[in-house]
Write a protein that binds this ligand. Structure first.
Ligand SMILES: [Zn+2]
Length: 246
């Protein structure tokens, strides 16, 4: 595979980087990335992965666009209200890069779907809004040995975690059940820029992983938009957790 003249020009600023070059740009072009959730986090993730030249994107979301999404889900316009998020996002991304390959899954991410599609991708991005689905996706990634980049947002706060199977602690190591039940599926407030920041960080981690550069894979990054601080907390894997078996 070689870059076309047009691709050389589109991605010239990345090719100029010593950590990318033509070789790195080709790695991005060959990569297949699955993005689960095409909402607030999914929007910057999908826009930037497309702009950076990822070759194939899987888009999974069973939801439709609502007016209350538009403060942060910048893939969509008021004309998209009522339409499928996965299919609308797919169409929008194709206008940014007509050669992008996409597969849209206009359905709920459940155990069956996770087990049948995760294996087709190099890396998976959790852009979800609930922990039930996050655990299903996280378990499938562990089982199928696929790296997962998790992000979550709430008001001015966000978190990010890159999970490399066999190396990193996982979501189950991190969250005690009680905490999850308490916050589960509650509608929460969110300012549009919080998922913009966390989603961009997810896309950055994904690109670095594909390029073979160092990712933060042994803990949790937490972002506080009120204080504009970013902290890294190392997490020790729970020795009896699913991620330590097999
Ligand atoms: Zn674990």
């Amino acid at each position: 595979m070689k870059l076309t003249e047009k691709q050389e020009e589109i991605f010239s600023r990345q090719i100029l980087m010593k950590n990318i070059g033509e070789e790195g740009q080709l790695k991005l072009l060959k990569a297949k990335v699955l993005v689960v959730g095409c909402g607030g986090l999914g929007a910057p993730v999908l826009l930037y992965l497309t702009a950076m030249g990822i070759g194939h994107l899987g888009l999974c979301d069973n939801d439709t666009v609502a007016l209350s999404n538009l403060n942060r889900q910048v893939l969509f316009t008021p004309n998209d209200v009522g339409k499928s998020k996965a299919l609308t996002a797919q169409k929008r991304l194709k206008t940014l890069n007509p050669t992008l390959e996409t597969t849209a899954y206009n359905q709920t991410m459940d155990e069956k779907l996770a087990k049948s599609i995760v294996q087709d991708y190099d890396i998976v991005l959790d852009c979800l809004d609930n922990f039930d689905t996050r655990f299903i996706l996280g378990d499938a990634c562990l089982e199928l040995d696929k790296p997962l980049i998790h992000a979550g947002v709430d008001e001015f706060y966000g978190q990010l975690m890159t999970i490399i199977p066999g190396k990193s602690p996982c979501l189950r190591c991190l969250f005690p059940d009680g905490l999850i039940k308490e916050k589960r599926n509650k509608t929460f407030g969110i300012i549009g820029t919080t998922p913009a920041i966390l989603g961009s960080m997810q896309a950055m981690e994904a690109a670095k992983y594909i390029l073979g550069l160092k990712v933060f894979s042994n803990g949790l990054m937490t972002y506080d938009g009120l204080e504009q601080t970013l902290d890294k907390v190392e997490i020790i894997a729970n020795p009896i957790c699913l991620c330590r078996r097999g």
